[in-house]
Design a protein around this ligand. Structure first.
Ligand SMILES: O=C(O)CCC(=O)C(=O)O
Ligand SMILES: [Fe+2]
Length: 264
């Protein structure tokens, strides 16, 4: 029986990134490993074409988030305050915007979902709700000033949304444009969120560093074209970069019936 609610630190059996397989994804959901990496998921040309289109379309900034994070696409995180109805009304427009970016190159979301389906043999689909329809999945995102220490975990953050039924949550990021100068690394801690942690919460999403004191961590410097997948119930942070840092990303959740869902 898989235990998703273990909260002890030092659960990881390795500090290496593993390649994508049914087994590595299972271990990532269980927080037994820190990272899955798909090398050369996309070519430099494919990534560059996505960035060119995204820049033509223009990025919006995340609401209520400091330091600044820019994105194209909509997030349940931001619509928590605005309302679920508005989120589902915005889905179609977000999908059209995404098509304008991906039609000039390729659709990273479709490629990743197909890869996951092939590797895991599980049902892989976009999250949906019977009364509202499909969620949006896939952001083009710029994190250049870094993030606060945070988690992304629908069972605590998206109460009242169907995605809150997931029993484990990951994020995948395809790195589209990265200035390689030893900055902009992603740090992941071997410490998962649990309810008592809310006393460490600082604002809309950041947590005090004390919450990870004593926990082991790892960091990685992404390369253009690579996908990294990690468990976002684990505290994580992105350091500021000197230059550009653009990704294509979404959340991945595991439902109790073993289906894998994607949303943003
Ligand atoms: O950009 C990254 O490396 C990770 C960003 C992040 O916090 C996430 O994908 O949940
Ligand atoms: Fe995150």
């Amino acid at each position: 029986m898989i235990k998703y609610n273990q909260i002890e630190s030092t659960l990881w059996k390795t500090t290496e990134a593993l390649s994508l397989s049914a087994e590595s994804i299972k271990m990532l959901f269980e927080n037994k490993i820190p990272l899955v990496r798909i090398e050369k998921f996309a070519t430099p040309q494919e990534c560059e074409a996505l960035v060119t289109q995204a820049n033509l379309l223009g990025f919006d900034v995340y609401q209520n988030v400091t330091p600044k994070i820019e994105r194209i696409g909509i997030t349940v995180f931001e619509y928590n305050n605005i309302g679920k109805e508005d989120y589902f009304q915005a889905v179609e427009r977000a999908r059209k915007e995404q098509y304008r970016i991906t039609s000039a190159s390729f659709n990273p979301l479709e490629r990743l979902m197909a890869t996951m389906q092939n590797q895991t043999g599980r049902t892989v689909r976009i999250a949906s709700e019977s009364s509202w329809g499909s969620y949006h999945a896939g952001l083009t995102r710029k994190i250049e000033e870094g993030t606060q220490l945070h988690i992304d975990y629908a069972p605590t953050e998206q109460l009242g949304w169907e995605v809150s039924k997931v029993v484990a949550q990951l994020a995948w990021n395809l790195y589209l444009q990265i200035s390689l100068n030893d900055s902009g690394k992603t740090y992941i801690y071997d410490r998962q969120w649990h309810p008592g942690d809310e006393t460490y919460k600082l604002d809309s999403y950041g947590y005090n560093n004390a919450v990870v004191s004593g926990a082991s961590s790892l960091n990685f410097q992404p390369q253009v074209g690579d996908v990294y997948i990690f468990n976002t119930r684990n505290y994580h942070t992105v350091e500021p970069i000197k230059g550009q840092r653009v990704t294509f990303t979404s959340a991945i959740g595991l439902l109790p019936n073993d289906e894998i869902i994607f949303w943003s």
